[in-house]
Every structure is written in structure tokens, then in C-alpha cells.
Design a binder for this molecule. Structure first.
Ligand code: HEM
Length: 181
């Protein structure tokens, strides 16, 4: 997982909790990297899982809620850090429908070693967007947080429901976004 995701995570922990919490969860997690991340480096995604679990234990917040909050925060940081991806984009569903073929395709040009999830679009209308997420890293909650962050960014509202799909031993997650305003 690219270092930018780790540095943004630790910044969020510092802002919402404290600098001591950052030190504590790095220590609790016994990270192979030691917690010294650079934005362009690449680190095991298991380090993110360890730190989120450590933060959950120390804060008493559920892992799912922490990943949702982190996804929302991360989307805001992406919007700030990659303005070119937002040129001409006016609707959340159109932006989300292009994650795979537009956004992450561009991310891969910037970071050829990025480990990105796969998204397939099953339905895309003004009212409803159905995305199927597939990643061996299983960051479904982070994906939902990013989707929520995207809706908020464009000032739109949707209900998000999720279901698990099993096919040929592969577990994927279907997200159904239904516009509410
Ligand atoms: C401007 C918008 C976006 C940018 C620049 C971006 C960029 C990235 C980058 C750099 C990573 C890390 C790759 C790695 O670890 O090697 C990543 C991972 C990820 N992205 Fe995006 N992304 C964007 C939007 C989104 C949106 C809207 C979603 C969800 C709908 C999404 C879903 C994910 C997920 C879930 C991961 C974690 C890796 C995994 O699940 O396997 N991204 N993205």
C-alpha cells in the first residue's frame, strides 16, 4: 500500500486524537517499517490493519467506524492533492463510476506499483449506482468511507447498502447507492 495512505491516516489520528496516540499505536502495532512512512514508499497493507486495530483498542471506537471516518477524510485529501482528477466532474455518481477506468488508471500511471482494488459498474443511472468492489486486501469499509466522502464532496446524498458476493471462492462486495436528494 502506498505511503500516501499511511501518512494521511497518521495525520488524521493526530488531528482527531493526539500526537501521543500516533506514537502509541505505532508502538502497539510492532510495525516492520517502524512507522516511518514516506508518501511514495510502499508498505505492507497489514501495517494499516494493525494500526487501525490498535487505534480501535485504545479509543474504544469500532474498526468499521474508524475506516469509514478515514475513507471520508482520505477522499477530502485526494480532492485537495489531485485537483486534475476533478476537472469537469460535477456529479458524484459519474465520478464514482469512473474510479476503475479513469481515476485509478491515472493513479497507476503516477504509482506503477500501486495495489488497487477492482471496481465493476453494474448499473449507473441518475438515481442509482451499483459498484462491485474486489480486492484481496478487503478494505470494504474504507471503500464505503471513500464513497461517502465523494458524495459529501459533490454536495449530494445517497443511501449506501452492501451485500457480500461469493463466486468461485472469491469474495466481493456489492455497493448499491440510491440517491436521496
Ligand atoms: C481522486 C480520487 C482517488 C485517488 C487519487 C485514489 C488513489 C488511491 C491510491 C493512491 C491508493 C493506494 C494504492 C496502494 O495502496 O498501492 C488507493 C487505494 C484504494 N482506493 Fe482509491 N483513489 C481515489 C478514489 C477512490 C474512491 C472514490 C474509492 C471508492 C469508491 C477508492 C477506493 C480505494 C480503495 C478501497 C483502496 C484500498 C486498496 C484496496 O482496497 O485494495 N478510491 N486509491
Amino acid at each position: 500500500m502506498k505511503g500516501v495512505v499511511f501518512t494521511e491516516f497518521l495525520e488524521m489520528v493526530e488531528d482527531r486524537f493526539s500526537a501521543e496516540m500516533v506514537d502509541d499505536i505505532i508502538e502497539d502495532s510492532e510495525l516492520p517499517s517502524g512507522g516511518a512512512y514516506t508518501a511514495v514508499g510502499t508498505y505492507p497493507h497489514s501495517e494499516m490493519v494493525s494500526m487501525v486495530v490498535a487505534l480501535s483498542q485504545r479509543s474504544g471506537m469500532a474498526v468499521r467506524d474508524l475506516l469509514l471516518a478515514f475513507g471520508q477524510h482520505l477522499f477530502g485529501r485526494f480532492a485537495h492533492g489531485y485537483p486534475a482528477f476533478f476537472k469537469g466532474q460535477t456529479h458524484a455518481f459519474d465520478f464514482l463510476a469512473g474510479i476503475e477506468l479513469v481515476i485509478h488508471a491515472e493513479v497507476l500511471k503516477l504509482y506503477p506499483d500501486a495495489q488497487l482494488p477492482r471496481f465493476t459498474v453494474e448499473e449507473h443511472t441518475q438515481q442509482r449506482l451499483i459498484l462491485v468492489y474486489n480486492s484481496p486486501r478487503h478494505f470494504e469499509d474504507l471503500a464505503e468511507g471513500l464513497m461517502r466522502g465523494c458524495m459529501a464532496h459533490f454536495g449530494e446524498h445517497a443511501e449506501i447498502s452492501r451485500s457480500v458476493l461469493y463466486e468461485n471462492g472469491v469474495q466481493r462486495e456489492r455497493f448499491v447507492l440510491t440517491r436521496t436528494t
